[in-house]
Design a protein around this ligand. Structure first.
Ligand SMILES: NC(=O)c1ccc[n+]([C@@H]2O[C@H](COP(=O)([O-])OP(=O)(O)OC[C@H]3O[C@@H](n4cnc5c(N)ncnc54)[C@H](OP(=O)(O)O)[C@@H]3O)[C@@H](O)[C@H]2O)c1
Length: 216
């Protein structure tokens, strides 16, 4: 990646680079070692955001202490977490005054995480949506109807709903035209009524694992 960044000619400060700590590397010393490995492998002086990938069972607090050190030492601009539920965030708060900048979680119309979203807003944690377009499972009548109404695609409707909820969204595509499509969501606004229509689609349905079940 370091080579790709250098060859692109784009100044480093115009890029926002996030990476995550692998679950197997949780723990204080192992986090410091894993981070240094990533930094050297990617040939980067600093990362913009470093995330604890999953809370797991019992190591995320010592991992967080290592994250705080790396941030203090200037290697990371912001530190955050991923797949943390409210009880994980509350537990972290008991041991640390450093509020995670970001919590990256599964978030989409079928899993709208309203309680977690409101909690994160209150605590000053930016929620970030992974699998925001449900891994491409967009064939949902409510979304298709709204796409026709606004003259947008189903993916654009869902991604706009994220933005209007104040959620950072990271759809993935390997196709240039879809990457452009997914970024083209700043020229329309969903009405309050239509936002509610999408909110009502929630089924607490996960495409990925439940963080309370995925333990290691
Ligand atoms: N923190 C975590 O634990 C975690 C877990 C899972 C994922 N993530 C992150 O979240 C990002 C996105 O999640 P994801 O890849 O699972 O799901 P996603 O972004 O919801 O969906 C990606 C799928 O949707 C298709 N797609 C993309 N744009 C589309 C469009 N406009 N219309 C129709 N289909 C479209 C893609 O196919 P094509 O590529 O063929 O376009 C791909 O199959 C990933 O890059 C990953 O870094 C994080």
């Amino acid at each position: 990646m370091g080579t790709a960044i250098k060859q692109s000619g784009i100044p480093r400060d115009k890029l926002f680079i996030t990476t995550k700590l692998a679950n197997k590397d949780q723990g204080y010393e192992s986090t410091l070692r894993a981070f240094e490995d990533s930094r050297l492998k990617l040939d980067l002086e600093y990362f913009d955001l470093y995330l604890i990938h999953w809370p797991g069972k019992d190591k995320f607090k010592e991992t967080w202490r290592a994250f705080e050190k790396l941030q203090k030492d200037g290697y990371i601009r912001a530190i955050g977490v991923s797949n943390f539920k409210i009880h994980h965030l509350e537990s972290l708060k008991q041991d640390s005054d450093t509020v995670p900048a970001v919590n990256q979680v599964e978030f989409h119309p079928l899993l709208n995480q309203q309680e977690l979203l409101q909690y994160c807003k209150r605590e000053g944690i930016q929620l970030e949506a992974w699998s925001p377009i449900m891994k491409g499972n967009l064939d949902l009548p409510q979304i298709i109807e709204l796409a026709a109404k606004y003259g947008k695609t189903p993916a654009q409707i869902v991604l706009r709903w994220d933005l209007q909820h104040g959620v950072v969204t990271i759809p993935k595509s390997v196709r240039q035209e879809r990457i452009q499509e997914n970024a083209n969501i700043f020229d329309f606004t969903l009405s309050e009524e239509d936002m509610k229509k999408i909110d009502q689609m929630n089924q607490d349905h996960r495409f990925g694992p439940d963080p309370d079940v995925f333990l290691f």
